[in-house]
Design a protein around this ligand. Structure first.
Ligand code: FAD
Length: 390
């Protein structure tokens, strides 16, 4: 596989990694190859994941909340976090989802909007993967338009009482703490709801054909009483969860380059070995056209990720940069995986090869963290100055 990876790097982008970046990338790649890749097919087929065990291993690897400072987090560069996301998603988008929901959504919300006590209580254990978090924004009737949320938090003395439900929540039933966004008389606010709190239950979503190596749950809040100290004091208004989503979308911009790279490397290896009409199918012009198109498209996604990483490291990243990356890279990665699948012929429709698994996973990535259409509208608004959301 590494020979295929070398061949796919037509622009020698690998040469731009400095020593630290390369060490980090190689360490995560080795963990992915030794621990994740040999098991992913089974996890995906069974629709189960040893998530707690894996979380602790990701914690030991240092990737949970790795771009955050303090509280046991590594304080790495945004571009280094991106490299890690790409290596993990090269195995499976579900595994990258586990890492990004923990670090970029749940931990980020506590780190950015939480009180000092909340940070001390949760972040060190979450960085180690001993404690898991989830992020509850989406509801059955409020997806692309989170302003339509119905979950309500009402003040009652020193407490808040929460009622409502959240849908499609990654790590939902696993989480020791759920970051729940709810409507109050003063606007949207964030609350930390601990597992086991009376009235708080979860139910997993089954029968998924995408992101099977990931836990997806519904959260139900039925008169859930939490103290004022559970409210995120700095999480004021819808801009707070949207800020966290920007962080997670950034990881996606990089992550999907890994999924596309893995699919294409797999097709390149296969085409070199598969013989038809007395020669390897890699030797046919039609196959080579596919490889040329797909390899160039892959490097465009990697260049886009590197540019947005550089903007983020320089503190200059803006929401439309992130939308550019999510819009462009997820669409391209999905197209690469679909076309790469065709190179494997019939073999491409089984889980023996990762290609179609990556493609069906990317159907989720196309939809979550702001659908492709929503990011289209963000770019349209930036270009024209006119909002077309309603
Ligand atoms: P809808 O909003 O109903 O959209 C349906 C279609 O209508 C889409 O194509 C959409 O683009 C289109 N549409 C909507 N509005 C417009 C418009 N104005 N103009 C043009 N087209 C429009 N959410 C969380 O809060 N936390 C999580 O951890 C999480 N994990 C997820 C994991 C999985 C596996 C999945 C599938 C989803 C997850 N989500 C999570 C939810 C995800 O973010 C939503 O599914 C997504 O925001 C879309 O919402 P929806 O499914 O309700 O679709």
């Amino acid at each position: 596989m590494s020979d295929a990876l070398d061949r796919l790097d037509l622009l020698d982008l690998d040469d731009d990694l400095d020593g630290d970046d390369r060490l980090l990338r190689d360490t995560v790649r080795k963990f992915a190859d030794d621990r994740l890749r040999p098991n992913i097919r089974q996890w995906f087929e069974d629709g189960t994941l040893p998530a707690r065990e894996l979380a602790q291993e990701f914690g030991a690897l240092g990737v949970l909340g790795m771009h955050l400072e303090g509280y046991g987090c590594a304080g790495a560069k945004a571009s280094q976090y991106g490299l890690a996301c790409a290596e993990i998603e090269a195995v499976d988008s579900g595994l990258r989802s586990l890492v990004s929901v923990q670090g970029s959504l749940a931990m980020f919300c506590i780190w950015k909007y939480g009180s000092e006590d909340q940070k001390q209580q949760w972040l060190p254990g979450m960085a180690k993967g001993e404690l898991l978090g989830c992020f509850g924004l989406t509801e059955p009737d409020a997806g692309s338009d989170p302003a339509g949320m119905r979950t309500r938090a009402v003040r009652d003395g020193d407490d808040w009482v929460l009622n409502g439900s959240k849908m499609w929540i990654t790590n939902g039933s696993l989480a020791d703490v759920a970051v729940v966004w709810a409507r109050t008389d003063d606007g949207v606010r964030g609350f930390l709801v601990e597992k086991g709190t009376k009235g708080f239950t979860t139910q997993d979503v089954h029968h998924k054909i995408s992101l099977r190596a990931s836990v997806t749950s519904e959260l139900v809040l039925d008169d859930v009483r939490v103290p004022e100290s559970s409210r995120l004091p700095e999480g004021l208004g819808l801009k707070a969860p949207l800020g966290a989503l920007s962080e997670a979308r950034y990881g996606i911009v990089w992550g999907v380059t890994g999924a596309a790279r893995d699919a294409l490397a797999s097709a390149l290896d296969y085409a070199g070995e598969r013989t038809q009409f007395d020669k390897p199918i890699a030797g046919f012009q039609l196959t080579q056209k596919k490889f040329a198109d797909l390899a160039v498209a892959l490097q465009h996604t990697q260049l886009t990720a590197a540019r947005i990483g550089a903007l983020k490291d320089a503190g200059r990243v803006r929401p439309h940069h992130i939308s550019f990356g999510k819009f462009s890279n997820v669409r391209t990665a999905l197209e690469i995986c679909r076309e790469a699948r065709s190179i494997l012929g019939g073999s491409g429709i089984t889980t023996e090869y990762p290609v179609l698994r990556h493609a069906v996973n990317l159907e989720t990535v196309y939809t979550y963290e702001g659908t492709h259409e929503v990011h289209t509208l963000v770019l349209g608004s930036k270009l024209t100055g006119l909002d077309a959301f309603r």
